[in-house]
Design a binder for this molecule. Structure first.
Ligand code: ZN
Length: 162
């Protein structure tokens, strides 16, 4: 594990729409680079603008909408669900044994997004440290079930770091 990281920057601030400028020129809206920025979520949520894109890009972005934006909250898509679901997805990919570079490839193939391997690695490291903190607190409080669950999850994330 690396001692220094950009831990206070959320991974969701560092996930980008591929070819955002090209997409903007095909829509009547400006697609921001960061897929979790309010304006980008707004475009994705209404889906009208996405219909104007080529089939490959459209399908990838609709996949993102289906997987991460399918909640019924009044304040959707600003309810925090997309970010939470996405982070959970990253953890799941890691638990399936994917390296950060494989995770980056999967995001591109599935959703037409890109991220940097180093940022994914930082995110995983940060998650491991958070889980360690949870383990410690849970142990102190004799919440052994929580402690063991945190430990299992941490072991899965650490896995075989490639
Ligand atoms: Zn929600």
């Amino acid at each position: 594990m690396r001692a220094v990281s950009t831990a206070n920057v959320a991974i969701t601030d560092r996930v980008y729409v591929k070819n955002a400028r090209r997409l903007s020129s095909r829509m009547d809206r400006n697609m921001p680079r960061n897929v979790f920025s309010g304006a980008a979520l707004d475009i994705l949520y209404s889906t009208d603008e996405i219909e104007k894109l080529d089939a490959g890009t459209r399908d990838a972005l609709l996949e993102f909408v289906t997987d991460f934006m399918d909640c019924d909250h009044d304040n959707a898509p600003y309810c925090g669900c997309p970010e939470r679901k996405f982070v959970r997805h990253l953890i799941e990919l890691r638990r399936e044994g994917m390296s950060p570079s494989r995770i980056v490839e999967a995001l591109e193939a599935e959703y037409g997004l890109y991220a940097y391997e180093g940022d994914v690695l930082d995110f995983l490291d940060t998650s491991v440290r958070s889980l360690e903190a949870i383990e410690e607190v849970a142990d102190t409080l004799a919440e052994y079930e929580t402690r063991d669950e945190a430990r299992r999850l941490r072991d899965d994330i650490v896995g075989s770091r490639q």
